[in-house]
Ligand binder design. Structure first.
Ligand SMILES: *Cc1c(COP(=O)(O)O)cnc(C)c1O
Length: 268
């Protein structure tokens, strides 16, 4: 066999434990969206569960259902929230939606009213990413609607950093400040704030429930700076052709790279 891809599940477990040590114990959730960052959600989740992880975030309800069939006892949060395509499946598989706007909150509350009990959810507040999450205006509308709020069993209030890996940026602090102000509009609940970069900077940027993704797989968000994360993925292959450049020449599609004399070009 000419190419071997190795997934090191011991390294994954070790990275999970390292992340847990950076935040309060038991408060590190694993983000396993995009099929476990491409490494296979089943094997990744099983290994993380074995390492003690009991809370997971997926992007879609389908990933959530896959996870549920594997791990009956864990908490599974779905980042897409509630959509017309998943509302019938989310409660059935005990998935907890991350509600990102008023429409989602209303749909979830309506379902709760129909089942005569509040339904669990996370509320995500946008504080500068400008991607998913409640705007300030919509959050005020939500907060002012007591009957709507009463239908939601609020597990966490969440936000997401735009650039926590940039330690010279003041944006994370500004996002935290905004988050503190906005979440005060809602009933008191634990927080979920940091991605890998935020959480590795300590408990303040992690919140009560860290959401680590790339760090689990060995990706150091700060570049090479001595954080003891272990690479989970290794690809080995053999060199098919090796050529020595005698005269300056372009290499490959688009002819954008210029190789200088003395360079060696390997094709793997
Ligand atoms: C992907 C994602 C994470 C994890 O981010 P990493 O940088 O991979 O740790 C956390 N929170 C949300 C909302 C995400 O979409």
């Amino acid at each position: 066999m000419s190419t071997i891809l190795t997934i090191d599940l011991d390294a994954l477990a070790s990275n999970y434990r390292y992340c847990c040590e950076q935040v309060s114990p038991g408060t590190c959730a694993a983000v396993v969206k995009a099929d476990g960052y491409g490494l296979g959600i089943r094997r990744v989740a099983r290994a993380l569960h074995h390492a003690g992880c009991r809370r997971f975030f997926t992007a879609t309800h389908r990933e959530g259902i896959t996870l549920r069939s594997l791990l009956p006892d864990v908490e599974i949060f779905v980042l897409e929230g509630i959509t017309p395509f998943n509302i019938d499946h989310v409660p059935e598989h005990r998935l907890v939606p991350v509600l990102i706007n008023l429409q989602q909150a209303r749909d979830w509350a309506e379902l709760a009213a129909a089942s005569a009990k509040p339904l669990p959810a996370i509320i995500k507040i946008d504080t500068g990413m400008t991607r998913l999450g409640f705007s300030e205006c919509d959050l005020q509308t939500l907060a002012a609607d007591a009957s709507l709020i009463a239908q939601i069993d609020l597990r966490y209030v969440m936000t997401h950093f735009a650039c926590a890996e940039d330690t010279s940026s003041t944006m994370p602090e500004r996002q935290l400040e905004r988050f503190g102000r906005l979440r005060a509009l809602l009933p008191d609940a634990p927080t979920s704030i940091g991605n890998s970069a935020g959480s590795l900077r300590g408990p303040k940027l992690a919140g009560d429930l860290a959401r680590v993704g790339i760090a689990l797989f060995g990706g150091n968000p700060f570049g090479a700076n001595g954080i003891p994360l272990r690479p989970v993925l290794k690809v080995q292959s053999h060199i098919l052709q090796l050529r020595e450049i005698k005269q300056e020449t372009t290499v490959g599609y688009g002819a954008t790279f210029r190789a200088k004399p003395g360079m060696k070009i390997a094709t793997v």
